[in-house]
Write a protein that binds this ligand. Structure first.
Ligand code: ZN
Length: 99
């Protein structure tokens, strides 16, 4: 599982036996198994959360800032136009408080 050979696993098992005692081993294995299960569950929940947090990019689409329209005919105007090409009304840049 972790790239360990059977010899290393045996050594680890012996160390665990010495540390915890043979009679506590089933209990240890049970708690280890349940904690591993919780660990996996946590990873799954984290991934699910991450996926749901990201909103679809289409919802974020907003109209471009600084878009102007003619006051007379509501024609869309380019930012550098001084007159409306449809009705000829002079359009002034109305950004910020007027003088
Ligand atoms: Zn116009």
């Amino acid at each position: 599982m972790f790239g360990l050979g059977s010899q290393e696993l045996l050594v680890i098992l012996v160390i665990v036996l010495v540390l915890f005692g043979a009679n506590r081993l089933p209990q240890l294995a049970r708690s280890l198994g349940s904690s591993l299960k919780e660990f996996k569950k946590g990873i799954d929940e984290g991934q699910a959360k991450e996926a749901s947090v990201r909103p679809p990019s289409a919802e974020r689409e907003a109209p471009p800032p600084g878009e102007r329209t003619c006051r007379q005919c509501k024609n869309a105007l380019a930012p550098d136009w001084a007159h409306c090409p449809r009705c000829g009304t002079a359009v002034t840049q109305e950004i910020g408080p007027g003088t």
